[in-house]
Design a protein. Structure first.
Length: 350
């Protein structure tokens, strides 16, 4: 390794300062310079390493052309020969996170060099690579960039020098599901009793083996007679009336909307469109029924396949929306549908 270790950095079109959704389809390109967060990241390396180049790729292109994108990255790695590859941070951006996750997994498996990225714990990209690469735990939005980069840089410095990382909680990365043997002063039975007593007293304690919590939902019984059933539509695809009257956020939604469709047989553009910030909405805006299939449901109603289409549809945006908010939305909308006597719900996404 040279005096300074070499870092190859990956960003999407937005952080690569190329553009927004209009550039999400750009193929990957390599620039022998520091672009976007790569500049701040190198500063946090404290002179021990340098970013030798940046790969920029559109989120849509990567996810729609994964193998072509990875082939480009593989070729670039062979040419640049970095000591560490860094991607993101992607925060809670789903497509960006999936790209960082796929990249991290491929590089770690094929090149056996350290890979560091950063994501919000609920980003779907985390599960792709957390057991192969180091995923720094970040905030859910780019507002957390100043906190994320120093943590990613500190971990990168250790990995580049072959220094073993401390526990995830100490270093700031997401646990990888690995168990290590440790030597401690107190034996297990004593530690267990101390934790139990602390719990009885209402004192704080930290478990040594956190258990996963799974949300188990019993499926509802099947609808006995569709021809008499009232069917509603809910969507996380962000379809709203023109003007977005309730101000539903394009990402990290804090609210949902309920809109009357009793007097229409289809959702027409531009009367309805998608305010969603996590996918290419061109096709949804061209024909909103692609996301909220009101047209076909109205046909089924006329043909007697279903009894009735509920007069309102419910909508929000899924990208970046926290699990707690999603659960809250579900309880609120579910209670309203149950009170209205709705028999079944079609839930569409993107």
């Amino acid at each position: 390794m040279s005096e300074k270790f070499k870092v190859l950095y990956y960003v999407n079109q937005f952080f690569g300062q190329v553009g927004g959704e209009d550039k999400a389809g750009m193929p990957p390109e390599y620039r022998p310079e520091k672009v976007g967060p790569a500049l701040g990241f190198e500063g946090a390396l404290q002179g021990e390493g340098e970013v030798v180049g940046t790969i920029i790729c559109g989120d849509n292109y990567f996810n729609e052309n994964k193998e072509e994108s990875l082939d480009f990255i593989r070729k670039t790695i062979k040419e640049v020969e970095p000591d560490v590859v860094v991607a993101g941070p992607a925060f809670n951006a789903g497509r960006y996170g999936m790209a960082c996750g796929e990249l991290a997994k491929a590089v770690a498996e094929e090149f056996e060099i350290p890979v560091v990225t950063g994501m919000y714990i609920e980003n779907p990209g985390v599960e792709l690579c957390k057991d192969k690469a180091i995923v720094v735990s970040t905030a859910d939005s780019a507002a957390g960039m100043r906190k994320a980069l120093p943590v990613m840089a500190a971990i990168t410095r250790k990995l580049a020098k072959g220094i073993e990382l401390d526990a995830p909680a100490q270093e700031g990365y997401i646990p990888q599901g690995r168990r290590k043997t440790l030597f401690v002063e107190k034996r297990g039975s004593q530690r267990a009793i101390e934790m139990l007593l602390a719990r009885f007293k209402g004192e704080e304690f930290e478990t040594e083996l956190p258990m996963p919590v799974f949300d188990q939902v019993d499926p509802a019984p099947a609808i006995k007679d569709l021809s008499k059933a009232t069917i509603a539509v809910c969507t996380s695809g962000g379809i709203v009336p023109q003007g977005n009257p309730d101000g539903i956020q394009s990402a990290s939604a804090q609210k949902w909307g309920k809109y009357d469709v009793s007097g229409i047989d289809e959702l027409k553009a531009p009367d309805f469109y998608s305010t969603h910030g996590g996918y290419d909405t061109a096709y949804a805006n061209e024909d909103p029924d692609r996301v909220v299939p009101l047209d076909i449901l109205k046909e089924y109603e006329k043909e007697g396949v279903i009894g009735k289409v509920y007069e309102f549809f419910f909508t929000t945006t899924g990208t970046g929306t926290s699990v707690s908010n999603a659960q809250k939305f579900g309880r609120e909308i579910g209670a309203m549908l149950k009170e209205a006597g709705v028999d079944g719900v079609i839930l569409t996404s993107t």
